[in-house]
Design a protein. Sequence first.
Length: 219
Amino acid sequence: RGILETGLPMGVLPMGTANDLARTLSLPLNLTDAAKVIAGGRTRQIDVGDVNGHLFFNVASIGLAAELARGLTPADKKRWGRLAYAMAAIRSMLSARPFSATILTKDGETKVKTMQIAVGNGRHYGGGTVIQTSAAIDDKRLDLYSLEISSVWKLALMLPDFRRGSHGLWREVRTDRSVEFEVRTRRPRPVNTDGDLVTHTPARFAIRPSAVAVFVPAA
């Protein structure tokens, strides 16, 4: 939020566990090379997502990913790196149950029984998974999907399509694209933004188009 208020360009160094923003921006994952990108001075305006006043670059989610974030400690990430995500995912899948939600858009409302609702601003999340095949971090749109499966184990069959962003081809995956969404649930459920639990439902999502400049590689 501070960067947005100053109007200064932002440099991204890939020092995280998943580095999804770096992937979305086609940044090198080597620190020295990433620093050279910043020194190069080329910038690009990108969008930022907003959920209940909390900003995110990659994705915000309710359900499976939020439960995964709840079970993923800083100590786990430091000790196991990306393997920590797989370990937390298995724990989350073992206890996962569908929940009822209402998705509101400018066209009306839809009631769903879902394992997860995710709203993406960028392209990559979860260590390289693609939110939607045509998603871009400067397209001035949010991409939503709702994972409407009765058993979380069916997700194993869907994983290749989730990695490619083609999961919307499955009839159990509802997709939509808009500048704003609202998600309501019968009881408050945590919302995970870029790996952190920051708020609860009801969740109001909006796009902040061209909100910040970032340093990117030369074309």
